[in-house]
Design a protein around this ligand. Structure first.
Ligand code: 13P
Length: 280
C-alpha cells in the first residue's frame, strides 16, 4: 500500500473513537519492525523522525525507507516529522516527501505560537502536507513537566488555536511528558474531555513511554487520536543488543544480533499496537 496521509488516518481514528500509535524510529531495524509489527496485528501505524536523529539517518533517507516499506504491507502507514521549531528544517522535510510535520511552538507565548504555526500551515497547505501544532507544553519528565498543571492545555485556548492556525492535529499537555517518568503519571482525563468537546481537531498525546495502559485505554476513548512513543522503544533497542552480546560474547555471525534485536522490537510493537481497538 502506498503511504497514507496522516490526516486520513487521524480522520478514521476520530470516526472510530480510537487512536493510532506513532513511533519515533531511527534506522532500518526500528522502522521495519514498526511497519511489519503493524502488518502482523493489522493496525495502522505512523513512523516519525525526531530531528536530532537526523545525524543517524538524514530525513531524506528516512522518508525513502518508510515509503518503500509501506508499499510492501497492506495496513495504512503514515510518515511524520516529530517536534520541529525550525522553519527551514520543516521545509526540507516537506521537500523530502514527509506528508505530515509538527510545528512545535509550545515554548512560545500563545500569540507567537499561533503566528509560527500559521506560517508553517500556510506553506504546508501549498504542498498538501498536514501540520500538527502543540499548545500547552508537554516538556520533559525529568523536569517534572508532567506535574506542572499551569502548563496544561486549556479548552478555550485549544479552540482558538485550532481555528486561527488551521492545524490538522493538536498535541495537548494533560499530564504526560517526554522520557522516563520519575513517578507514575496521571493523565487529566477531565481536561482532555473538555478540550475534545471544544474542538473537532484530532488530539495527540506525547510522552507515551510509561503511561499505564488502563489510563491510555480511557484517553483513547475520550479524544486522543494519535499517541506518540519513543523512549521505551529506543531503550528496548539498546537493551536487546546488550542482552544479545551478553548471551553471545563472541558471535561467529556478524549480523545475528540485528535479527535478534529486530525480533524483540517487533514483539514490543505488536503488543503496544494491540492496545488500540482499531483493527484493519
Ligand atoms: P516518549 O519518548 O516519552 O515516549 O515520547 C515520545 C514523543 O512524544 C515524541 O513526540
Amino acid at each position: 500500500m502506498a503511504l497514507e496521509k496522516v490526516r486520513d488516518i487521524l480522520k478514521d481514528a476520530d470516526a472510530r473513537n480510537a487512536s493510532v500509535i506513532a513511533f519515533d524510529a531511527m534506522d532500518y531495524p526500528t522502522i521495519s519492525s514498526a511497519i511489519y509489527g503493524a502488518q502482523a496485528v493489522r493496525r495502522p501505524v505512523i513512523l516519525m523522525l525526531y530531528p536530532s536523529m537526523d545525524r543517524l539517518i538524514p530525513l531524506e533517507a528516512f522518508a525513502a525507507m518508510v515509503r518503500s516499506l509501506a508499499a510492501t504491507v497492506s495496513v495504512p502507514v503514515g510518515l511524520h516529522l516529530d517536534h520541529s521549531s525550525d522553519f527551514s528544517y520543516i521545509l526540507r522535510a516537506i521537500r523530502a516527501g514527509f506528508t505530515s510535520v509538527m510545528a512545535d511552538g509550545s515554548t512560545l507565548p500563545f500569540e507567537e505560537n499561533v503566528a509560527f504555526t500559521s506560517s508553517v500551515v500556510a506553506v504546508a497547505d501549498a504542498f498538501d502536507v498536514d501540520v500538527e501544532g502543540e499548545l500547552g507544553h508537554v516538556g520533559r519528565a525529568t523536569d517534572g513537566d508532567d506535574k506542572k498543571e499551569d502548563q496544561y492545555t486549556t479548552a478555550e485556548e485549544a479552540r482558538v488555536f485550532a481555528e486561527k492556525t488551521g492545524v490538522a492535529s493538536l498535541a495537548v499537555a494533560i499530564g504526560s511528558a517526554h522520557g522516563f517518568y520519575t513517578s507514575t503519571p496521571r493523565l487529566a482525563i477531565d481536561r482532555l474531555e473538555e478540550i475534545n468537546h471544544a474542538t473537532d481537531v484530532p488530539l495527540v498525546l506525547h510522552g507515551g513511554s510509561g503511561i499505564p495502559h488502563e489510563q491510555l485505554e480511557v484517553a483513547f476513548r475520550k479524544g486522543i487520536n494519535k499517541f506518540n512513543v519513543g523512549t521505551e522503544f529506543f531503550h528496548l533497542n539498546q537493551v536487546a543488543a546488550a542482552d544479545y552480546f551478553k548471551e553471545n560474547p563472541s558471535p561467529v555471525n556478524a549480523f545475528a544480533h540485528i535479527d535478534s534485536v529486530q525480533a524483540k522490537l517487533q514483539e514490543y510493537i505488536e503488543k503496544k499496537l494491540l492496545l488500540t481497538t482499531w483493527e484493519i
